[in-house]
Design a protein around this ligand. Structure first.
Ligand SMILES: Nc1ncnc2c1ncn2[C@@H]1O[C@H](COP(=O)(O)OP(=O)(O)OP(=O)(O)O)[C@@H](O)[C@H]1O
Length: 578
């Protein structure tokens, strides 16, 4: 995960001029602060009463204070204290917060009850007031400062980490590890803590700015490092008295705190976006409007005009390999010389055993081939255009509009906290500039098309049956009237009678819209019900293809014959009759 996050982080930063500027400033500040003794031999506490309150000049770049001390040198040494205390506090706060949160969330019961009550009590105090009380009780100084900040900051972390732990503990792999007798410490460190690295990183980045502010605030109140040692908050306090005649005394530390906190928050946002997988952060989003040009050309090509190409999806000699050298599977060929064509209005079934490469192929048709996998040979055309050349943004314009997906798990495709109606509306509004009334009309129309009652508009996914959820997902996929629908094992999670109804619905929609349908499945009976043509894959290669009836009754490849022989009921006619 870390590699992917790092790549996204550096990718976001590269496209973000403000982020790069802030990063450069922070690197300069951090380097200057670390190298303070090398930059000047002057002591930050050396006084010179002949030089008091000098404005910035060639010798004293940021002027002098009312003891004749050089403000620039004090700023450098003060930064060491501020940043070091904040960094130590983050580590301590994280360690306590993560340990308490994970233990409470995983063990639950009395442990959780006691911990959450303690957290509730601590969070009821205003953070800074509690920190002032703790620091004042301990008498000020660097160590009490770190302790005061840690004491008040850990409960918020513990509460968030407890929430994440509760969620991760419910995951199937944690239950499986428990069933397999994995020791508790191993589950906590290996399964749960590993999954919390992302949220922990985000929390740390977002809160480091707050901790720097807390250090400065306590020092400003005289509860930090004792004078004459410099610290940014303490410098603000010292400069307060002479602020009107020597504004540089407060401007210098004030600006330093501002820039560092701003940068920490800004990077916190980028890290959060990178961990959560949001594609773009920052000014790139603000400055660059989505490119409609290429989208229009794709949309035009996908229209049903006579001039548009006959193929919806046309793959020729396609190879997909693991191209990332860091992957242990580097060089592995996932798809080998695969050719497949889905004509307009045609329904093609893609059949293969587990691991044959069906999902990899479906992902390619949606522009979702991501590292470590890459297209290394062959041609991929969507509605006559060379889709291999499209950027992520180009694909974003096409996915959900020209090409849609229905996957096997409707529950994971629907957001559990949003009403079904809002989720379908969102798909429309993402792609089409429609008036409100038209959106509502189309919403009702599409629900009717997938045979769902209007009441589901206001319902949440958990209030629907499995079959209804899959219909809702199909409604989302077809609401923008796409030209190509990819159905990746859409009936696997359903019972047999619901399966048949969903398959009939897909066939029906395909006829009504002239949809091209790529139906991916390992179940021959299911494919027989919807596909005009079938393509059989094995170990990343196409072994046979042809009209459904022909392949099922007169297969030429031994593997296909094996599949057909193993099919319950054997004959296609039997399947259709069922
Ligand atoms: N990122 C990857 N790195 C290495 N191998 C991969 C990667 N992604 C997929 N594979 C391998 O590619 C092969 C095809 O995977 P794919 O998921 O496309 O199969 P599938 O036919 O969809 O299987 P299933 O029906 O079980 O989902 C598998 O052997 C899989 O292990």
């Amino acid at each position: 995960m870390s590699d992917r996050v790092l790549r996204r982080f550096s990718g976001s930063l590269r496209r973000d001029p403000v982020g790069i500027l802030l990063l450069a400033i922070v690197i300069i500040i951090a380097a200057a602060v670390m190298a303070a003794p090398l930059i000047s031999s002057l002591s930050p506490v050396a006084t010179d009463f002949k030089q008091v309150l000098l404005p910035p000049n060639a010798v004293n770049w940021l002027g002098t204070d009312d003891f004749g001390r050089d403000v620039f040198i004090r700023l450098l040494y003060g930064g060491r204290t501020s940043l070091m205390v904040a960094a130590i506090a983050v580590v301590i706060v994280m360690s306590i917060g993560v340990t308490v949160g994970v233990v409470a969330g995983y063990f639950g019961g009395v442990v959780d009850l006691v911990v959450t009550k303690v957290i509730d009590v601590l969070l009821a105090f205003p953070r800074l007031v509690l920190a002032i009380a703790v620091a004042a009780l301990m008498g000020g100084g660097m160590v009490p400062l770190v302790i005061a900040i840690s004491v008040v900051a850990w409960p918020a972390y513990a509460r968030i980490i407890r929430g994440f732990t509760l969620q991760v503990s419910q995951e199937g792999y944690v239950s499986a590890a428990r069933c397999l007798g994995t020791p508790t410490w191993r589950i906590l460190t290996g399964h749960i803590a590993l999954n919390l690295i992302g949220p922990i990183l985000v929390l740390a980045m977002l809160d480091i700015g707050n901790l720097i502010l807390a250090v400065s605030a306590l020092s400003f109140l005289g509860l930090g490092v004792p004078p004459p040692a410099p610290e940014w908050g303490a410098m603000l306090n010292e400069g307060r008295g002479s602020m009107e005649i020597a504004p540089w005394l407060v401007l210098a530390p004030g600006l330093a705190i501002f820039v560092v906190v701003l940068a920490a928050n800004y990077f916190g946002d980028i890290v959060r976006d990178s961990v959560e997988g949001r594609p773009v952060h920052g000014p790139r989003n603000w400055l660059r409007l989505p490119s409609r040009k290429r989208y229009k050309s794709v949309a035009v090509a996908s229209g049903n005009s006579a001039a548009s190409p006959a193929s919806a999806l046309d793959l020729q000699g396609l190879c997909i390999e693991v191209t990332d050298r860091r992957s242990p599977f580097f060089g592995k060929r996932i798809l080998n010389d695969v050719s497949l064509n889905v004509g307009r209005g045609e329904s093609v079934g893609l059949i293969g055993e587990s691991g044959s490469g069906k999902s990899t192929l479906a992902a390619l048709a949606l522009g979702l081939t991501r590292p470590p996998l890459a297209l290394t040979a062959g041609r991929a055309r969507l509605f006559g255009q060379d889709a291999a050349q499209w950027s992520w943004d180009d694909w974003q314009q096409v996915r959900g509009r020209t090409v849609s997906l229905v996957n096997q798990d409707p529950l994971s495709a629907l957001n559990p906290v949003l009403r079904v109606g809002d989720q379908i509306r969102e798909v429309m509004l993402t792609h089409l500039d429609m008036p409100r009334a038209a959106v509502e009309d189309r919403l009702r129309e599409v629900l009717d098309e997938v045979h769902l009652p209007e009441r589901v508009i206001r319902q949440f996914p958990h209030e629907l049956s499995g079959g209804m959820r899959q219909r809702a997902v199909i409604a989302m996929a077809i609401v923008n009237k796409p030209a190509l629908l990819i159905a990746d094992e859409p009936t696997t999670a359903l019972d047999v009678s619901t399966q048949i109804r969903i398959l009939d619905l897909l066939r029906d929609l395909q006829d009504r819209y002239g949809l091209a349908l790529l139906f991916v499945s390992h179940d021959l009976r299911v494919v027989a019900r919807v596909a005009d043509r079938v393509v059989i894959m094995r170990s990343g290669e196409v072994v046979e293809s042809g009209p459904t009836a022909k392949v099922f009754t007169a297969a030429t490849h031994p593997y296909t014959r094996e599949l057909v022989t193993a099919m319950p009921g054997r004959r296609l006619q039997t399947v259709k009759a069922a």
